[in-house]
Design a protein around this ligand. Structure first.
Ligand code: OOB
Length: 542
């Protein structure tokens, strides 16, 4: 058993098996089955090349053998940082088949985050593209390798320079592969986080495949589904709600778009008869605008999902009519619980709520600050437990004590209320996080990076409202000497190597912070200060 991983207790395991939620399938097992049953049906395309289910399964077997030959064994952690390309799937399923554990980082993560993921999970390998979005991942990998000597292999998709080429790892398949059980860990995802560095989310085959199966049912996917992946496939939304893994589970076709822009996505929708896709709210706004001036035939679209951040009713209203399809709101979290509006829901629910839990085994409650349950209709913190909601982060015992209640509920940090139909309306948040158009920023993480600057005495980061992204981030800074500029600090953070979305959009230099009665920095007051400032600036502007 991996140190730091707290397995599910036996009574819950038994319960979720008895209820049929956990059905004993593994990722390797279901791909194997699809390889046989779906055969020549296309599993993945990028609009020019295609891979059938049989080919995908064969290539996965070859790669699994290659990984084993290089010494990767069951239980090894492998940090994966791949964009929306075929190899993402081949690598994932090859690792699943041998029981090695991908750690899913995002293409925007940089050396600080990646070094931490590699060191924290004691990863044996790190898998990257050569260049993506004008960024050379091999250069970053060199620095990561220096910082994490335990890392044995850097594997590159494309031009490998002096690292291992993924293309050389497809060798003759060997059988039998190591035995992988449905209760085994399958991979790690990252939490959006609110304290310090992102926490790692451990996932077993059983629990995650249940969420796929249920998502496929709720979203009505089948082998005729053509799903367009425009957001990063390594994110939980695009991966499993129902996402690319859901599509493979249903036997449908994944259409990969490297970028979400309409220039790329709209022609793919037309060419591949895409009927289902997932967007974050800012992207929905971009697509709505593009729809007015572009001429592609998008009539194949049946469902557009919007999630990751609150979609305003104003935007939600426009999507169905503009694309002549259904809108589905998705309110989920990498830790588990996913809420969907249903495809036959009335407009009122689809436009004004964020859906209801996907499973009847999801157990949710709304509580006050003392964890006392509130009546329907009151706003409070959402807590959740269930067959695919984790019971603890990896190797984070102290944090787990705060993030989960003693009776096993995950504290989502979201402030919500329930409608009489049991649908969730997201009203706000009581976690120290900024949701920048779906990308999550843990305030404390970025504050700590800033505090490493020798001219910064204190830093506090809050959200500020933004018409397009919903929220942007604003850093309040107390400096030691009066000499810093926003530009200096942006450069400082960039040089440190962190994901660009975490770099504050705005810096405010102040002499002191407002404090609460308990002596903590009052982020509420800081948010009010910046809102007032933004309003004043607007007035000056007009
Ligand atoms: C998804 O997952 P994460 O882990 O990146 O972020 C989870 C958090 C939630 O706790 C909530 O604060 C926010 O993102 N959120 C939403 C939302 N969907 C997510 N807030 C308001 N409205 C929504 N529709 O973001 C995620 C995972 C699976 C499916 C969909 C989204």
């Amino acid at each position: 058993m991996l140190r730091g991983y707290k397995p599910w207790p036996e009574d819950l395991k038994r319960y979720y098996k008895q209820t049929g939620c956990w059905n004993g399938e593994t990722f390797g097992g279901f791909l194997e089955k699809q390889g046989r049953e779906m055969n020549d049906h296309i599993a993945i395309t990028d609009g020019s090349e295609v891979l059938s289910y049989r080919e995908l399964n064969n290539r996965v077997d070859q790669l699994a053998a290659g990984f084993m030959q290089m010494g990767i064994v069951k239980g090894d952690r492998i940090v994966l940082q791949l964009p929306n390309i075929f190899e993402f799937f081949e690598v994932c399923f090859a690792l699943f088949k041998i029981g090695a554990l991908p750690v899913f980082s995002l293409p925007l993560h940089r050396k600080t985050e990646i070094s931490y993921f590699c060191a924290f999970t004691e990863a044996k390998a790190y898998i990257i593209p050569d260049i993506y979005d004008r960024f050379d991942y091999r250069e970053m990998a060199r620095e990561v390798k220096e910082a994490v000597p335990s890392l044995e292999h850097i594997i590159v998709v494309g031009d490998n320079k002096d690292f291992t080429a993924l293309s050389n790892l497809y060798v003759s398949a060997i059988q039998p592969l190591p035995e992988v059980q449905a209760d085994d860990l399958a991979f790690f995802q990252l939490s959006g986080g609110s304290t310090g560095l992102p926490k790692l989310i451990p996932r077993t085959h059983n629990e995650y495949i249940y969420s796929l199966r249920r998502s496929v049912e709720v979203c009505e996917l089948d082998h005729k589904t053509n799903y367009l992946a425009v957001l990063p496939v390594a994110h939980n939304f695009t991966m499993s709600s129902p996402g690319v893994f859901g599509v493979l589970y249903a036997g449908g076709k994944i259409v990969l778009s490297k970028y979400p822009s309409p220039d790329l996505a709209f022609p793919l929708i037309e060419r591949e008869s895409v009927d289902f896709t997932s967007l974050v709210p800012p992207l929905a706004i971009v697509w709505l605008e593009a729809r007015k001036r572009r001429s592609e035939d998008l009539s194949s679209l049946k469902v557009i999902q919007v999630g990751g951040a609150k979609c305003s009713a104003e935007i939600a209203k426009q999507i169905g009519p503009a694309f002549n399809c259904k809108l589905q709101q998705v309110f989920g979290m990498a830790e588990g619980l996913v809420n969907y509006t249903r495809l036959d829901d009335c407009d009122e629910l689809v436009i004004h709520t964020q859906g209801k839990p996907m499973s009847k085994y999801d157990d949710i409650r709304i509580v006050d600050e003392e964890d006392r349950e509130l009546p329907i209709g009151s706003t409070g913190q959402l807590q959740a437990k269930g067959p695919y909601t984790i019971i603890g982060y990896f190797n984070a015992e102290e944090h787990n004590g705060k993030a989960f209640t003693t009776d096993g509920y995950y504290r989502t940090g979201d402030l919500v209320k329930l409608t009489k139909e049991g649908y969730v309306i997201v009203e706000g948040r009581d976690k120290d996080q900024i949701n920048r158009g779906g990308e999550k920023i843990a305030a404390e993480e970025v504050e700590n990076y800033l505090l490493a600057h020798n001219n910064i005495l204190d830093a506090a980061i809050v959200s500020m409202p933004d018409k397009f992204l919903g929220e942007r981030s604003c850093a309040f800074i107390i400096q030691k000497h009066d000499e810093l500029s926003a530009k200096d600090l942006k450069r400082f953070l960039q040089d440190r190597g962190i994901a660009s979305f975490k770099i504050p959009d705005r810096f405010e230099f102040v002499d002191r912070f407002p404090y609460t009665a308990l002596g903590k920095v009052s982020k509420k007051n800081l948010r009010e200060i910046i809102i007032e400032k933004l309003n004043d600036e607007k007035k000056v502007h007009y």
